[in-house]
Design a protein around this ligand. Sequence first.
Ligand code: NAD
Length: 481
Amino acid sequence: MSDFTMTIGGAAPDATDSFGVINPANGEVFAHAPECTPAQLDAAFDSAAEAQRSWKLDESARRAALLAVADVLFAQAGDLAPILTAEQGKPLADATMEIYASAIWCQYFANLEIASQVIQDDEAARVEVVRRPIGVVAAITPWNFPLTLAFWKIAPALLAGNTLVLKPSPFTPLTTLKTAELLRDTLPPGVLNVVSGGDQLGAWMTGHPVPRKVSFTGSIATGKLVAASAAPDLKRVTLELGGNDPAIVLDDADPAVVSRAIFGAAFLNSGQVCSAVKRVYVPESLYDAVVEGLTSEASSVRMGDGTDPDTKLGPINNAPQFERVKGLVADALSKGAVATAGGKAMERPGYFFEPTILTGVSDGTAIVDEEQFGPALPVISYRDIDDVVERANGTHYGLSGSVWGADEDRAGEVAGRLECGTAWINTHLALSPQQPFGGFKWSGIGIENGSWGLSEFTEVQAIHRSKTGDGLNLSTAGIVS
Ligand code: NAD
């Protein structure tokens, strides 16, 4: 696999340098992606700006185009999924689901109303509030769900009448590059440009004069750089950043049921999910039973190469993240934690780390306080519900969290006290295109998905039509009486 091209103005630009993409299941370079030059980035933004002039004019054409994009994704899932597995590591079935989810997001936004509202209509004036596109969007994505997270941006941005320049992570550029190639006949030239390169390319994008909006998904550290870079010319920003989601088990929960569900929500994508469960708080009375359930799940789940149909969990995506997870687990073990499952890297090529359950840890240990973003889960015991809510909230993170218990009202009351963008009750990671998703505190600015996510790709415009025709009249404007 080495024939991946960028898409700028609906075509492949001349090849320049390239960089290697590693298969995390064996640690070897298996393909190359083009390295975008500054001149090519200029060309991408210029073509997006040019395309936006006509793209913004025809809403029904945009809806039809989004449905056509969904058709292409469904039809090509069989070709795209192996590329995603090779560059990301996830099992082929999960990769296929990621392509389907991207298509479903396009279908959802293709049918979503762009809200407008008449707020005054009387003898003095008619005032309507409408949504206008922002212009060109710079979109930057991470490596855990490269395609789905790209379409969380592409679908609403395009519906609203914007055009995009999109940069996937240098660890996982290929599925996104290939998707843009496949869409060259579906979208007008310049509407969706995809460029590839390293972190520097992202910095060029956020500082570039053409885009009026940056939509970014990635780490908190990079999100802060993006916000600073977008500030001088007041670009709009949406930042979807890291999380350190707590799952709080209540004392009336069924340990067998919750440990199975929490395991699934912590280890999906080998824990590389922004809103995965990243720390579990369990009352002392249920601690041993929940640990036993989690340990049994972690010990029996099949981790391996994503191309093996029996594989449920793939490797960690890249070497730096692999080292980080190893370091966090080693640090916890050195401070007295016990691994009831896993605890170390697997002895095989690639970036495999055993599914790990850690006990004997508490707040104040890095793996509890920070986002591990990998297959290692700390389980912490508690006595007092008010105290545990405080510990769950006592962090800069605020992406999501969950509360588990038989009494749904009680669980709901506790969930309502969590300071986070999504509070789940007896589930975790339940996401849908219509459900708003975003973070409190350092987990982000703004919202993706649903009508809220669509609004982030629009400017609000008030259209005020005077019915008196006598110019500014403070009396009819309601300012003085
Ligand atoms: P990252 O911040 O390292 O990189 C994300 C993207 O930003 C990449 O494309 C990268 O090349 C680019 N980038 C790097 N430096 C940049 C700069 N200075 N300016 C502009 N762009 C730059 O994140 P990652 O390691 O790829 O992803 C993992 C992180 O993403 C985790 O923290 C995870 O929680 C978070 N994440 C959040 C969500 C969400 O929706 N909240 C979803 C998925 C992942």
